[in-house]
Design a protein around this ligand. Sequence first.
Ligand code: HEM
Length: 408
Amino acid sequence: MQTLTDLDLPHLPVETPAFAENPLRYLAEARAKHPWIASSSIGYLVHDYGAIRELLGQDDKLRPAYDGIVEQLGAHGTPWGRFTEEQMISLPVEQHRLLRDTFAAKFTPRYANQMRPMMQGTIRRLLDEWAPKGRFDFEEFASYFPISNMFTLVGAPREEIPSIRASFETLGLAFSMDKRRMPAIHEAFGRVEALVQRLIAERRAHPESGNRDDLLHLLIQTSDEGGIAERQLADLLIFLFVAGYDTSKNVLTHTMYLLLQRPEIYERCGQDHAYCGKVLEEAIRYYNPGQVPRFTSRDVAFRDVLIPRDTMLWFTLSISGRDPIAFPDPERFDPDRQIEPTRRHIAFSLGKHMCLGQFIARAQLQEALHQIPQRLRNPRLVGKFGWRPFPGIWGLHGLPIEFEPVEA
Ligand code: HEM
């Protein structure tokens, strides 16, 4: 068995714009040199779908590496650094389990379905406002959708969204591992933290002002029952805002990009609600935003390679759905693709940190996919778009479109 550090691995320039624009091209070359792992400036990248499934499923051998990110960014001791090191995913196993068990009871498919009328109302309102323009940046439009839903879920005033949106946008780029972004990230974190502290203080002062079913009520109730400290309560709320924002926005934007090239699928989404679910799953296989960082918590032997303890691994979920070994003809976009249970996309990760918001994410994206084609007819790309940095939350940057508006 060879030790990881002794292998002659391909090196992936993950930090470059060229990589963000077309990671699959680099990966095809890397695979020829080593089938499942490559080195990079930010750690090792595990990119093979099968290897990600097998390794990431072994929770007992890994620990979340968000403290490693803070270290690489030189942000230890800052408010954002503290938050990132203590956020839900980073908590020690027992504390994490307590929080997760508490909130898993709320984040069920049933709850997400109950929220659908709210989500339908949100996307309808946004389309009423944006569709008459006839032309806009779809990414900007999409950004208002998850944030509006989250604001409603926690009973926060919608009027605050325009002023705080840019801060979520900045925080979403925090894990792109670019130190130059840090001043903006610290400032954005300060704004979001202040908002969250104010929301909690106002709700505590006027408990009757909120809905007894909303998430903020649940968070406050749980913390009062003794399980969660006040600091953690605020951290949790910040985390929920951040975790659900640009993940959902980027998926919606990229799905629109795919559908601009597939007008018949786009049209059908507007007519067939159930079909939107299939389109979404295929769109998330094809592209998703996440790379999951982990440290090995002990020496791990995997496929004849010894990975020493404390090695930083990035699991590239984002492109794992187009691994040609796992998915035949991976570039073909086919919502009716037959996929075996062991070959499902892993966009929401695996194991004990699997996305808690996945049912909410799916429900809101399906509702958007159903209504958008009814209101934006014959959309086409009318300008250039770019790509967000690959590490962290990857995705399209801008998507200028033009269309014929349809009234509600
Ligand atoms: C398409 C949209 C989304 C994608 C692709 C996504 C993806 C992910 C991934 C990959 C993780 C694992 C991160 C890690 O282990 O390091 C995760 C965790 C998490 N996500 Fe999501 N997410 C999405 C939307 C949401 C939404 C809307 C919410 C909240 C309303 C949410 C809440 C969470 C939470 C709380 C965790 C931490 C779970 C834990 O540590 O136990 N996510 N998500």
